[in-house]
Design a binder for this molecule. Sequence first.
Ligand code: FAD
Ligand code: EPU
Length: 359
Amino acid sequence: MMIKQSKTVFVHPKSNYIRIKFVKMLQENVNLKPYNTFGLSIRTKYFASFSSINALKSLLSEVKNEKLLILGGGSNVLFQGNFHGVTLRNEIKGIELVEENDKNVILKVGAGVVWHDFVMHTISNGWGGIENLSLIPGSVGASPMQNIGAYGVEIKDVFEALEALEIETGKLHTFFHEDCQFGYRESVFKKELKDQYIITSVSYRLSKNPNLNTSYGAIEEELKSRNITHPTIKDVSDAVIAIRQSKLPDPKEIGNAGSFFKNPVISQSEYEALQRQYENIPSYQVDENHVKVPAGWLIDQSGWKGKTFGNYGVHKKQALVLVNYDDAKGKDIVALSDQIIADIKERYNIVLEREVNII
Ligand code: FAD
Ligand code: EPU
């Protein structure tokens, strides 16, 4: 494997300006603290970022036999220790209008675009569909990985297609909606095709006459408190941002990766049995036979909320969020999540599943 160093030499402009640039490709033994929102200080054997498909291809040809990790914003990963492989950070930018008619636009977006920047771009153009997904950290490329969702909307609702490079062959493939097997915090890329593709762009269909989705209780309350009766997509986005800021810790201040666990989906009969015991248990009907129960409520009721173990713990305002207060170790946070899983199983006979990707 070739490790190239970055070096730029500037000579006085009047004496034949010469600029020699060695492209920085792989750096060795890099601390990933700035690249994961848990703020864990861990090292990767090699690190590089790429901003084009060609750059990605040439990197892949350099690192053929190494373990690979693709990172976007690092907001849904938890490192248990150093990563003994190559971390490649996606920085492919660009937002392209590929189709437009009276009703819709289709935008093809580089996987390395920051998700919230893209949401703001759509709002400033009056294109609706993802305003409820404002302020979700991370990159566009990761948005299909777990079919990101919030406040009654998921990206599957606006998803058109994505392009991804197959690691094994170096070929670019297009995946349409039906290929992605989107589910609640799920897609084919977390299951059968795990670690096989690198998403390079995602296309979304947005609406010029959007139907606003304000059915999620907290949004309506927030709009009401602002005396807004006829909201625009910008109003909905502002309301979502305010709600999120009041509940979720800002990773710049407290290390975290959002909800650590998924909300469990249980059968109607299991839910009714629980309801007989805990009459205030909140729930969302998924379909005729299934109910989603908030894991945050289960963990909160079990006394974990705000519990701190030295430099890590369960967030004070949101029991579903595990936090790194200062230089915690990833494996301690995983051990805490194991204890929570065991406790919830014992109390409610529900097995919590982690949302965060453990590396
Ligand atoms: P990363 O953490 O970098 O990667 C996540 C996974 O995807 C890893 O397995 C990685 O290898 C893989 N991956 C990343 N990019 C690519 C690519 N281009 N190709 C192939 N694989 C790739 N999520 C929600 O759904 N809803 C929320 O409301 C929400 N709120 C959050 C709030 C906070 C405060 C935080 C910290 C997180 C929240 N999350 C939420 C989780 C997170 O923001 C999303 O999962 C986001 O999509 C992760 O993007 P990322 O670029 O940071 O992914
Ligand atoms: N609750 C408690 N105590 C807590 C936390 C929550 O009792 O400490 C109760 C709340 O009172 C409410 C219910 O649990 O009745 C749900 O709470 P909230 O509305 O805060 O949402 P959540 O279920 O904790 C989910 C998503 C979030 C998403 C929000 C808004 C999952 C795993 N999490 O959280 O997504 O932003 O709804 O739609 O589905 C993420 O995936 O990282 C994430 C943050």
